[in-house]
Design a protein around this ligand. Structure first.
Ligand code: ATP
Ligand code: MG
Length: 561
């Protein structure tokens, strides 16, 4: 462990203090406990990183535990997606566990509570139970079933488990205190009947334990030393401890629940329920739509594991909720891809460029460096000829002095190629430019060392060779919401703030070397941004997704509003 105390975050300090107070270092154990009711999102990356980084720092095991107590919402699809995402981030769990592994033990402990007079079966409706809860300032009232004898409760509970009662008719409640200032302590439900098969236990159970009852006991069974969760669980801590206090434990050790602030990201929502809504409403194509803040969406968008880990580490571990600006996430991926992504040429909105003095029918191969940030990436050869494509907005018939791209009579450099000068345009019947004609200086080839090659021109533009370029589908994304905190409005739904222009699909012309890239490969389209080969891309149907632009244009856009 590091000796620089000042750099420890508050959870690390808690652990350090526990170790100094005599907690055995070899008993440290952590877990990441997702409910398999959806895909993981960027907020979960923070929880994952906190737990796994503690494991690494203190050399302690970290379990992946599925909190699978509600078969109505959970599925094996979600279990598999979660495993894939955690692995992709680069973390290795010690053991894969499931709360459902403990259903037998939880059942035994529930009967123990009943026999101790600490739990009872309530046959009131959920409305009646809710009406007796009271308010934060007003005590609740006792259920008429609160004083049923342990024997009678036990018999009823066994009947519940045996499927003799319908969903919604009976519930097992802990008998704590209906006037506790903590509403969660007012005889919480610990088992309910759900007449559904479970993805792991099949039809064995028709009663399922509630989160609070399950979580602490699962931590205890696994020997978790520090059970870390987000702040909204703080009021649950009393209950967590009450349950552990009242079961017979095999050894004296007691997991400690501690809370940290959720990670909130601007311009999006991070709640599985809300993300599921976007899929249901067909706002996005699925959990892995590249506009989603899910790990799978970010992966498909071209985010790297390193960029996400770096992002949550930069955002930090705090005790107070805040909203992290989406531009930090974009900064982190740009920084990582700048080092890793090969530079290639693609023209998103092509217009034909004809070099009138270039020999007809000739093609030459020009050398282009793959990554100026990394010499070891080498170079490639790009075909060049008389007929090219350039970006439509890299040409203007007339332009002022500040326009450094191609215009009539002025010179620009074609990246990795020659200096050209605009000469004339060809227009269609409606007056739209369909071709730009230019001349080139044969002595100005990039890297040739000639005097002409070193001539300074104001602009450099990218291009692709018409004959050898390939058509590709390119998905351009913008933020999914046009409000910084879409789910923080009292009067409006988060769905009222969906940006209807968050996806633009175009056909681009790309250089031929891109045909063999594997899905998931990150590249930089020079001058345009970082892109990734989509998972559905094939040799015959290339698809690229825009990850992020080269600069933070969004901040500029919103300031100009
Ligand atoms: P959601 O509201 O998205 O469904 P959840 O808390 O219900 O989130 P779980 O799968 O139960 O999702 O959470 C697993 C772990 O991840 C929990 O420890 C939870 O505290 C943590 N977690 C969930 N969302 C965030 C977030 N935005 N920031 C940090 N940690 C989070
Ligand atoms: Mg949850």
């Amino acid at each position: 462990m590091s000796e620089h105390t000042e750099s420890l975050h508050f959870i690390e300090q808690i652990i350090k203090a526990d170790l100094e107070a005599g907690f055995p270092a070899d008993k440290l154990r952590f877990r990441f406990p997702p409910e398999p009711n959806g895909y993981l999102h960027i907020g979960h990356v923070k929880a994952i990183a906190i737990n796994f980084n503690l494991g690494e720092k203190f050399n302690a095991p970290v379990n992946l535990r599925f909190d699978d107590t509600n078969p109505a919402k959970e599925s094996i699809e979600f279990v598999n997606a979660i495993k894939k995402d955690v692995q992709w981030l680069g973390y290795e769990w010690a053991e894969e566990r499931y709360a459902s592994d403990y259903f037998d033990q939880l059942f035994i402990w529930a009967k123990e509570l009943i026999l101790k007079g600490l739990a009872y079966v309530d046959s009131q409706s959920s409305d009646e139970i809710a009406n007796q809860k009271g308010t934060p300032t007003q005590a609740g009232s006792n259920s008429p079933f609160r004083d049923t004898s342990p024997e009678e409760n036990l018999a009823l509970f066994e009947e519940m488990a045996a499927g003799k009662h319908k969903e919604g008719t009976l519930a097992l409640r802990a008998k704590i205190d209906m006037s506790s200032p903590n509403m969660l302590m007012r005889d919480p439900i610990i088992y309910r009947i759900i007449e559904k098969d479970h993805h792991r236990t099949g039809s064995k159970w028709c009663i399922y334990p509630m989160y609070d009852w399950t979580h602490g006991e699962s931590d205890y069974i696994e020997g978790i030393s520090h059970s870390l969760c987000t702040l909204e669980f703080k009021p649950h801590r009393d209950l967590y401890e009450w349950f552990l206090d009242n079961i017979t434990k095999l050894e004296h050790h007691y997991p400690k629940q501690r809370e940290f602030a959720r990670l909130n990201l601007s311009y999006t929502v991070t709640s599985k329920r809300k993300l599921a809504k976007l899929i249901e409403n067909k706002t996005v194509s699925g959990w892995d739509d590249p506009r989603m803040p899910t790990i799978s969406g970010l992966r498909r968008r071209g985010y790297t594991p390193e960029s996400l880990r770096n992002f949550v580490e930069t955002a930090g571990v705090s005790k107070r909720e805040n909203v992290i600006d989406a531009s930090l996430l974009e900064f982190c991926v740009r920084e990582d891809l700048n080092k890793k992504a090969s530079r290639v040429m693609a023209v998103l909105d092509p217009i034909k460029l004809v070099i009138t003095n270039y020999p007809e029918g000739a093609t030459e191969m020009l050398e282009a460096e793959n990554n100026p940030e990394d010499e070891s990436k080498g170079s490639r050869l790009m075909p060049f000829s008389k007929n090219l494509y350039i970006e439509r907005n890299d040409f203007k018939e007339e332009a002022n002095r500040k326009y450094f791209r191609l215009t009539l009579g002025k010179e620009v450099r074609l990246k990795n190629a020659y200096i050209i000068q605009g000469q004339s345009v060809v227009k269609d019947a409606e007056g739209n430019i369909i071709e730009v004609h230019c001349t080139y200086d044969p002595d100005s080839k990039s890297g040739s060392g000639s005097e002409a090659s070193q001539r300074k021109v104001k602009g450099t533009i990218h291009w692709v060779n018409q004959d050898t370029s390939i058509s590709a589908k390119v998905n351009l994304y913008d933020r999914l919401f046009n409000d910084e905190s879409p789910d923080q409005h009292k009067e409006q739904e988060f769905t009222d703030f969906i940006n209807s222009d968050s996806l633009e699909v175009i056909t681009a012309q790309v250089e031929p070397s891109l045909v063999n890239l594997k899905p998931g490969t990150n590249i930089q389209f020079q001058r345009l941004g970082y892109f990734v080969v989509d998972q559905d891309s094939t040799e015959d149907n290339l698809v690229f997704n825009k990850t992020v632009g080269l600069r933070d244009t969004w901040a500029k856009k919103s300031n100009n509003n």
